[in-house]
Design a protein around this ligand. Structure first.
Ligand SMILES: Cc1ncc(COP(=O)(O)O)c(C=O)c1O
Length: 487
């Protein structure tokens, strides 16, 4: 399945592909030539268990999805200025999965485009200028989405994208390592403590004579380190934002389409109804199709601006057929239920492991979205970044693909295709147990040696391979350079 040898592929990539595009496992990159279900295969036919691909949602190269695209390509592909059944049926079907007022769809091609359009909709509808986003959030690579993505802005070293004054970073409501920690506020409503900060920021905006346009957040924060928002947080924040005349955007680009298991959308367990929802990655199972779903009123404000919205590829019949097939497979194969069952099983298994390895500080997640927070010390919760890096490097050697995330890249994250099975979990657990034993033994030896004055490098494996989900593999630990901006 190779056109050229792996070494040549790498050389050509280094020569002709932009250096800002990073490879997973940079010092020993994988060449993947085919995939099926939850498995990927390299050029030598070796199989890898894919624990991180939430784009190939219903399984890599699912035959129903492939066939839907192939069939439609044989008949017609054109833009959305012609009437087409699949486009309207898909719009109807998507809105049926959402609260009733979210009844209007705009089709686009990527999560970044979806968030860019959501920002435009909010601006037209509210006429506000001020935007609120969570610290460590990522919402896309286009300029408008980048402006509300502290995750990226924090990484730059040349300050060519200064965080704009109209974007207000509010603390990520991380109850484990954030500003308000569960341990420091026993018995208190931590969601409300974090929401109070948002209320205060809004108050300040008003005092400055400005108006709120929107609040944007993922319904579970993936790039921030698999953060599960505390119950009640979004309810309070949405209330404050709306009272100030703003609208609420839920970014479901990573976490939507049944991944949480209990519901189809990750905002649903939070008991909120967003004004705008953005969809992407899983929607096309690897084919670029995305969407914005909003209310009639917000859509009308946008229409009334007088600017036509035209997107050459957004809503083309091939993309719509593919997205329709994805919805069919989720239903037909009961993948939401599978996410619930396998996710609960997985979380329980890793939680059990905590009694054996105190390097595991916390296990958090919902459905097939899990974060394993590795710490040097359970008391201080100091992030075990190098150890996390070693774990994912060693797991790759065992043919299990994972990534790390969070401000300190110490959270091992899993978000596999939704067909992931309990057997896959058992295999993962077997390898993880072996590797954590290695890592913790090495750590103990290092501590003993260093207390005896012997110098020793801590980790095995390579240390240049921190894998970031959206392609950021820089070993660039967030130092809080821009923390001045966080309210
Ligand atoms: C939460 C979130 N929103 C938006 C995007 C942007 O999506 P895309 O890469 O399809 O433009 C991403 C991509 O990683 C994401 O994780």
């Amino acid at each position: 399945m190779e056109d050229i040898a792996k070494e040549e592929t790498l050389q050509l990539r280094n020569r002709h592909v932009g250096g800002a595009c990073k490879l997973f496992f940079a010092s020993d990159p994988l060449k993947i030539v085919r995939a099926s279900g939850q498995y990927m295969y390299d050029e030598q036919g070796q199989q890898y268990l894919d624990c991180i691909n939430n784009v190939c949602h219903v399984g890599h190269c699912h035959p129903d999805v492939v066939e839907a695209g192939y069939k439609q390509m044989q008949v017609l592909n054109t833009n959305s200025r012609y009437l087409h059944d699949t486009l309207v049926l898909l719009a109807k079907r998507l809105t049926e999965t959402m609260p009733g007022k979210l009844s209007v769809v705009y089709f686009v091609n990527s999560g970044s485009e979806a968030n860019d359009l959501a920002i435009r909709l909010a601006k037209h509808h509210t006429r506000g200028t001020e935007m609120l986003t969570l610290d460590h959030a990522y919402h896309g690579h286009v300029v408008s989405a980048l402006e509300v993505s502290p995750y990226k802005l924090r990484q730059q070293v040349d300050d060519s994208h200064p965080p704009p004054d109209h974007v207000h970073w509010v603390s990520c409501p991380d109850v484990y390592r954030g500003k308000y920690r569960d341990r420091d506020y026993p018995g208190q409503d931590i969601g409300q403590l974090y929401a109070n900060d948002v209320r205060d920021v809004i108050h300040k905006i008003k005092q400055d004579g400005k108006n709120v346009s929107f609040f944007i957040a993922e319904s579970m924060q993936s790039c921030g380190g698999q953060i599960i928002l505390p119950q009640g947080y979004l309810q309070s924040v949405y209330k404050y934002v709306r009272e100030a005349g703003g609208v609420c955007i839920a970014d479901e680009v990573q976490v939507g389409f049944g991944r949480v298991g209990s519901h189809f959308w990750a905002f649903q367990p939070q008991g909120v109804e967003p004004d705008i929802v953005t969809l992407g990655k899983p929607m096309g199972n690897g084919h670029p199709v995305a969407a914005v779903v909003t209310t009639q009123a917000i859509s009308d404000s946008f229409r009334d601006s007088g600017m036509e919205y035209f997107n050459t590829y957004g809503g083309n019949p091939v993309s719509c057929s593919i997205a329709m097939a994805v919805l069919d497979v989720i239903e037909k194969e009961h993948l939401r239920q599978n996410a619930l069952d396998v996710g609960q099983y997985w979380k329980a298994k890793v939680t059990e492991l905590m009694s054996q390895f105190d390097i595991i500080g916390q296990v958090r997640g919902q459905g097939l979205f899990l974060g394993i927070d590795l710490v040097k010390d359970r008391e201080t919760r100091e992030p075990a970044t190098e150890e996390a890096n070693t774990v994912i490097t060693r797991m790759k050697e065992e043919h299990i693909l994972l990534s790390t995330d969070g401000p300190y890249s110490n959270v091992i994250k899993t978000k596999p295709p939704m067909c992931f099975s309990k057997n896959n979990v058992d295999h993962f657990m077997e390898k993880l147990t072996v590797i954590l034993t290695e890592v913790t033994t090495q750590r103990t030896n290092t501590n003993v040696n260093s207390s005896q004055g012997v110098s020793n490098g801590l980790t095995g494996g390579n240390t240049d391979v921190i894998n970031k989900d959206d392609g950021d593999i820089n070993k660039n630990i967030c130092t809080g350079r821009k923390s001045m901006k966080v309210h």
